[in-house]
Design a protein around this ligand. Structure first.
Ligand code: GAP
Length: 514
């Protein structure tokens, strides 16, 4: 555990040191849970968005994209349920005066029990070696069984309380589980209270005419309210989807774990409109399609898992999360929800406008059902950084830090390194960049020893380093070094575009999606 925490800290400082992520307003001591993306971070983020957008809109003929405004009519948030029900249960510790999310305190407690179980299993594996039967061990080991029982009891009470918003039970659970405040170490808790997560501001110039508006807490509602605009102008036939990427804002109380839970973040959401009764078939389709999109990134199948929701929101008839193994455990990166006709019906009710579709094949009108896929750009960014970061020994006995990002998403695709800063080598390097910069994000790197420059590019995650040496001037060849294998090959300059293009193109990544 401590090892994982160390790794987490290292990765956060790596992100800062190498221009990926900076704390917002740093010179003013920062702004909690708000971050800025640096010169490499913003490139990586753009590439993530391109990968998602192209997978959605180019690989699916029946999915189109929109870009709706952040400000929306305030009635939308009444209709969607966010004004009345987008709340977190909060609890304060009377001694430390610190405020916590009651559900997060209990979730952390549950995660600790799971950790204990995993530790027992790891011990068993070590003890029994090859003959270890994990399933049997989990079903028979007394300590595992005891912890599993405790977990199930707390989990059941917790899910029920969350489902019906029973705050007294949440508080009682915190007391029963003897959860202490991490700061004061005491169990001196207040009651649990509701806290709405939406940021509000005013629109309009005079105090009389000003209207209370919200910064959107999700992009999805911009899709719902444009459903008919897109369907009619695009002559879309059901089933079809509308995709959108954009900022969302939530006044998160427990803001921690770096960019995992932010107050300003970005979502990539898609609402897929289907015939009523066909939603569970499409739910399965999008569950698999989205997992395959993640797997194509090559971060390892074992790092992903589905977490099916047992207790569903009142408007959903199926829901799952795609979770990624972060250093702080498996965490949600994407949600896939079968939202029935809840949102369209509510907008119909609140706006007084029909939100129905005429199905020419059935010859009837109906309110479509919706499957939603919703992923946070920042959480995907985080999973990529965690999955890609490695510390490895080099052949000369040193350790290198390397970010093995999928080449198509890497911020810089190639660095051109003149071996020495004289004899016409920098000029030759410039010539290569001058040609390749139309296809790839290139960088010239001529300071420090060649070894140091390799290390620097590895730390950024640049897939290829091209070294220009004296032989280059004689026969127009260079060495091309592969970031992951560290192998070098001598090739003609004219081959570079093809070799690099094969590996770093978005096309090559999109083709990996099964
Ligand atoms: N429209 C459905 C919706 O917004 P959600 O589970 O609340 O569902 C979807 O959010 C995704 O947005 C999450 O899986 C996560 O990746 C991302 N997300 C949500 N809150 C976030 C936050 N505070 N910081 C960063 N990402 C967040």
């Amino acid at each position: 555990m401590a090892q994982q925490e160390d790794l987490f800290k290292k990765i956060v400082s790596h992100c800062k040191e190498y221009g990926y992520v900076f704390p917002s307003s740093e010179i003013y001591d920062g702004l909690a849970a708000v971050y800025d993306y640096g010169q490499y971070g913003s490139e990586l983020k753009n590439n993530i968005k391109t990968y998602w957008w192209q997978a959605m809109t180019m690989l699916h003929r029946n999915v189109v994209g929109i870009d709706s405004a952040i400000f929306m009519h305030p009635k939308i948030w009444k209709a969607s349920g966010h004004v009345d029900a987008f709340n977190d249960p909060l609890i304060d510790n009377k001694d430390s005066k610190k405020r916590y999310r009651a559900d997060v305190l209990i979730e952390d407690y549950l995660a600790k029990i799971e950790e204990k179980i995993d530790k027992e299993v790891a011990k068993g594996r070590k003890k029994f070696g090859d003959s270890f039967d994990e399933e049997q061990f989990r079903q028979t080991n007394p300590r595992v069984l005891e912890n599993r029982k405790k977990y199930d009891e707390v989990h059941t009470r917790f899910s029920e309380a969350m489902n019906i918003g029973d705050f007294e039970v949440l508080r009682q659970l915190i007391l029963d589980c003897e959860i202490v405040c991490p700061i004061s170490g005491t169990r001196n808790w207040t009651e649990v209270r509701q806290f709405n997560l939406m940021f509000a501001t005013e629109m309009g110039s005079t105090s009389d005419s000003a209207m209370k508006v919200y910064l959107r807490p999700e992009t999805a509602q911009g899709i719902f309210v444009n459903f008919l605009n897109v369907q009619k102008t695009g002559r879309m036939k059901i089933p079809f989807g509308i995709a959108q990427i954009g900022k969302a804002f939530r006044n998160e109380i427990v803001a921690r774990q770096f960019i995992f839970r932010m107050r300003e973040f970005e979502q990539m959401e898609m609402q897929f409109f289907v015939r009523p009764g066909e939603e569970l078939k499409w739910f399965d389709y999008w569950k698999n399609t989205r997992l395959n999109w993640h797997l194509a990134l090559g971060l390892g199948e074992g790092n992903y898992r589905f977490h099916d929701h047992e207790k569903l929101a009142h408007y959903a008839n199926a829901a799952t999360d795609i979770e990624f193994k972060m250093p702080f455990g498996f965490k949600e990166v994407e949600g896939i929800h079968s939202r029935t006709d809840f949102d369209l019906k509510r907008h119909e009710e609140f706006s007084g406008k029909k939100m129905q579709y005429f199905d020419p094949e059935l010859g009837e009108n109906y309110t479509p059902y919706v499957i939603e896929t919703s992923i946070g750009v920042d959480r995907l960014f985080l999973s990529l950084i965690f999955g890609a970061y490695a510390e490895e020994p080099t052949p000369n006995g040193e350790t290198r830090v390397v970010m093995k990002l999928p080449p198509a998403l890497a911020p810089v695709k190639l660095a051109v390194l003149p071996l020495v800063k004289k004899d016409g080598l920098p000029e030759k390097a410039e010539e290569i960049i001058e040609d390749l910069r139309f296809d790839f994000a290139c960088q010239m790197d001529e300071k420090d020893s060649i070894g140091k420059r390799y290390r620097r590019q590895d730390a950024i995650g640049t897939p290829f380093c091209i070294t220009v040496d004296h032989q280059t001037l004689e026969d127009n060849t260079v060495t091309i070094r592969n970031r992951d294998t560290m192998e070098q090959e001598r090739v003609n300059i004219t081959e570079l575009r093809h070799i690099i293009g094969e590996s770093v193109s978005m096309r090559s990544l999109l083709q990996k999606i099964k």
